[in-house]
Design a protein around this ligand. Structure first.
Ligand code: A3P
Length: 312
């Protein structure tokens, strides 16, 4: 199964990550954290970008003009330093330098005043020690998504960037076995879920954002100690709709994906804003795969007396 992947991985605290993380893992764990930091964490393809935009605007009092610069510049994406193959690092040199600066001095450039917005897919266990031990007031927002839809989204993402060329069914098996990047899914998710009652962590679900975005925005505002009026929440929801985000050049021009796509899958199709729906698995999985996912979910949740993802 692993033959379908093209990059060497290693295990870190039991998680499958690109080997390049070795160079950075110590800096990451020892990194300085500031009280006003806002961290958006997730397993990949769970609605991270959506959550990032929502969190950024809630923290900025729903001032949509503040979001008129690339999301990539508003957030530091820590994982870039090990996601991009060394030979391509020159394409994102300034981003990498920014991350290195952050690791060494804990500071960004002088232009980055105010809260630092940081995003990462690294598992809870590899987050900076200072973020985990409660010695700062920094905030973590974690977003999770039904693993079935997450796996479908990840499958299409990997096809798009030319990292995988097998079937959805094969990918689903790899996903459940925890052999894809950042896996195992439940280990990643439950490590954050276990901290859901910490006062510095907010645990959100993609499906709740789909069902009732205004409520999730209010919850996030309370968490970030912000007050938003209904007059602010209305336009914010409009701004955060799938169509609006898909057509927003500050968001949809994901530089990292552009680089990977142009290098590894120049002729290929696929886009980052794909469908943005819940329960796609009901269409895309066959009966056998549905069964496999049910069993896998049961196996991984029974020790918590939970029956399914919905109980999280
Ligand atoms: P699909 O591939 O199922 O369409 P991430 O940002 O973690 O990589 O997650 C990407 C997934 O979030 C994609 O899912 C993408 O379409 C979806 N997404 C992004 N913005 C969204 C929005 N505004 N509303 C709903 N889904 C969104």
């Amino acid at each position: 199964l692993r033959d379908n992947f093209k990059r060497p991985c290693a295990r870190f605290n039991g998680y499958v990550m690109f080997e390049e993380l070795k160079t950075y893992v110590d800096s990451l764990v020892k990194m300085n954290v500031r009280d006003d930091d806002i961290w958006v964490c997730s397993y990949p393809k769970t609605g991270t970008t959506w959550t990032q935009e929502m969190v950024y605007l809630v923290a900025n009092d729903a001032d949509l003009t503040k979001a008129q610069k690339p999301l990539n510049d508003r957030y530091v994406f820590l994982d870039k330093c090990f996601l991009i193959p060394q030979k391509m690092a020159s394409h994102i040199e300034s981003d990498i330098n920014r991350i290195k600066k952050l690791f060494s001095s804990g500071e960004l450039t002088e232009a980055d005043q105010g809260p630092r917005f940081i995003h990462t897919h690294v598992p809870y266990e590899l987050l900076p020690q200072k973020l985990r031990d409660g010695s700062t007031k920094a905030k973590i927002i974690y977003v999770v998504r039904n693993p079935r839809d997450t796996s479908i989204s990840a499958f299409h993402h990997q096809l798009m960037v030319g990292r995988y060329n097998g079937s959805l069914k094969n990918y689903g098996e790899l996903f459940m076995k925890g052999l894809v990047n950042y896996g195992p899914f439940w280990k990643h998710t439950l490590a954050y879920w276990n901290k859901r009652n910490d006062k510095n962590l907010l645990f959100l679900k993609y499906e709740d954002m789909k069902k009732d975005l205004p409520s999730v925005i209010r919850k996030t505002a309370t968490f970030l100690k912000k007050t938003l009026t209904d007059e602010q929440i209305g336009p914010l929801c409009e701004h955060l709709s799938f169509e609006s985000m898909k057509n927003n050049p500050y968001i949809n021009e994901k530089p990292l994906i552009k680089i990977l796509k142009s290098k590894f899958n120049p002729e290929g199709s696929g886009e980052f804003f794909r469908k943005g729906k819940s329960d796609q698995w009901k269409n895309d999985f066959d009966a056998e795969l549905i069964d496999r996912f049910d069993q896998w979910e049961h196996e991984n949740l029974k020790h918590l007396n939970l029956t399914s993802y919905k109980d999280l």
